[in-house]
Design a protein around this ligand. Structure first.
Ligand code: PLP
Ligand code: ZN
Length: 558
């Protein structure tokens, strides 16, 4: 993987770091990854046959330096299913469904989460904030759990409760904002700014847009397998992968189709396909700022301040610049923006379930309702090869599994928000969580052990966590940060846990820091004797259940 990020405003090229989001020259936040397409075009086709069918098979075209198997969940590589019954009903035999329900958390957001969390993990990030209409938070939560990243997920109170409960089940910090999705985004941004935490930037997140490209790559490979090589190969390279005539997807913020369109155009640039498909972006009538702008032939979309749709997943009222960028792809590809009513989407859900055995969430059905509309209007022709992204499936987490207090509530008082929005926001945020959390130092020479303990703590409570990988660093850390608790491994090279304890107890300022010792081996009576009176608890590694461990932590710092 070698690439640069190019600013789409001033063209400046810079190396990529997930945490630096502005162009160093013009400060723009709209940048995209650019690869050495010429080299990759030659090498990739030779590599592909030996690779697994998951999204990492295109790793040369992804912004992650070292794909990390320890956080993977089998992302990408979803089936492309021919919709025979639907095709017959519509008089279009070549309709294919890209079944993104079969991702690890049952929506296409898994691609975004897999790549973005991998990049953040690579950059050493351990805590982050994201606003979501539901599925991003679910998917980020799953990957964050594996990566040892704590996620503050801000969702609107209209997100279906089953989705909120799934987010909570993964151990993320769930914050429900009573307001619109655009307001939830503002609250999240302010929270991240106050606490200096990494904030997910939606469609401006380079890794997320790049992740969505893999949909295009997979579709082209899969269509070629099903339909055979294309009869109109690329003029220059004569490569003849298939691309569909149409690609349809339901749209909220627009990141999905932006990434997919970039993917198809990269395939064309590399000479694998002759032509990119027409992109059809489908919105819900009650929140269709992009469709409005498209019909008015406008470059920018007028925000919808109070979305009127039951399909919360698609309730981005203000798409911002994502619309302007997507409009170019749609227009260049001779595609279209279209919207459908909630009722049409619900009807499409029934058709899809009853005709194809595919149960989707309403947001995914919006794309199918759009398909029906475009076929009926004659825009999609009977001979066209059509791929529809089946973006997601709803999964229930039963309320009794979680018990109480699995979310925080932020209620924005409407009068205050109208008159003094900044004050209203600050008052509401101060109730989300206190500014100071108990401080815990984890000392262990094994990275996996540190990640496990960090994750146990993250998923169950709010702590400020420090890590040290050696005894020496632990002492330095203890003097600098004065933790409320240290979790100390006994067996470490050079300076072991016994020596750390002696040194801690020898200095007045660190003498009283409570210590939980973790050990992988059975201790001898002499060793146990040495610890006596020096530590608050002894936990056997591989044997402590997280509940028991947490109880210990809470009694020591509570
Ligand atoms: C997020 C989402 C969409 C909308 O995708 P955007 O890329 O945000 O426009 C559609 N369907 C489902 C199931 C989603 O989760
Ligand atoms: Zn720039």
């Amino acid at each position: 993987m070698s690439f640069v990020v190019r600013c789409i405003d001033c063209g400046h090229k810079a190396p990529y770091f997930p945490t630096s989001i502005n162009c160093p020259r013009c400060n723009s936040q709209w940048r995209e990854a650019e690869y050495d397409f010429e080299t990759i075009a030659k090498s990739l086709p030779l590599q592909l046959p030996a690779r697994l069918f998951d999204l990492w098979r295109y790793k040369e075209l992804l912004p992650v330096r070292n794909p990390n198997p320890t956080i993977m969940l089998g992302e990408g590589g979803t089936p492309l299913i021919q919709a025979v019954n639907l095709g017959m009903m519509l008089g279009c035999p070549n309709i294919f469904i890209k079944d993104e329900r079969q991702g690890p958390t049952s929506s296409f957001k898994d691609r975004q989460a897999a790549v973005t969390i991998a990049a953040l993990k690579e950059a050493g990030i351990t805590e982050m904030v994201a606003a979501s209409t539901g599925n991003v938070a679910i998917s980020y939560s799953a990957y964050a759990a594996r990566a040892g990243i704590k996620l503050w997920a801000f969702v609107t109170s209209l997100v279906p409760a089953v989705k909120m409960r799934e987010i909570a089940l993964y151990g993320s910090q769930l914050v429900k904002v009573t307001g619109s999705y655009d307001q939830a985004k503002q609250v999240a941004a302010e929270f991240a700014r106050q606490r200096n935490l990494y904030l997910d930037m939606g469609a401006r997140t380079i890794t997320s847009v790049e992740a969505m490209k893999t949909l295009a790559f997979e579709i082209a490979e899969q269509l070629t397998n099903v339909l055979g090589l294309s009869t109109k190969p690329n003029k220059k390279t004569r490569a003849a992968w298939r691309s569909p005539d149409w690609y349809l997807q339901s749209v909220s913020g627009g990141m999905g189709p932006l990434g997919v369109a970039k993917g198809f155009s990269e395939l064309q640039k590399m000479g694998f396909i002759a032509q990119v498909p027409a992109i059809a972006a489908i919105q819900a009538d009650g929140c269709a700022p992009m469709v409005q702008a498209w019909k008015n032939n406008a470059e920018t979309a007028e925000p919808v301040t109070s979305p009127r749709t039951h399909i919360e997943t698609l309730a981005t009222g203000d798409p911002g610049r994502a619309y302007t960028l997507l409009r170019k792809h749609v227009s260049d590809s001779h595609g279209v923006f279209e919207s459908v009513s909630d009722e049409e989407a619900f009807r499409a859900m029934h058709v899809l379930a009853k005709m194809e055995g595919i149960s989707t969430e309403p947001a995914a059905a919006v794309a199918f309702a759009g398909l029906f509309k475009l076929v009926r209007s004659g825009m999609i022709k009977p001979t066209d090869v059509v791929v529809v992204n089946c973006t997601g499936h709803t999964m229930p987490t039963e309320p009794f599994v979680l018990g109480d207090n699995w979310a925080r509530n932020v209620v924005l008082p409407s009068r205050v928000m109208e008159e003094t929005p900044q004050e209203g926001l600050l008052a509401a945020l101060s109730r989300v969580a206190p500014d100071r959390f108990p401080r815990i130092a984890i000392v262990d020479d094994s990275e996996e052990a540190r990640r496990l303990i960090r994750r146990i703590l993250q998923s169950q409570g709010n702590f400020t966590i420090f890590e040290a990988e050696s005894g020496k660093k632990a002492l330095k850390l203890a003097r600098k940060e004065l933790p409320d608790l240290m979790i100390l491994d006994l067996m470490m090279p050079e300076m072991d846990g016994f020596a750390v304890l002696d040194a801690l107890r020898a200095k007045p300022e660190t003498a009283s820091i409570p210590v939980i010792v973790t050990t992988a081996k059975e201790l001898t009576p002499e060793e146990k004797g040495k610890l006596k009176g020096q530590i608050q608890a002894l936990m056997q590694k591989g044997d402590f259940l997280s509940d028991e461990f947490l109880e210990e932590v809470h009694t020591l710092i509570g």
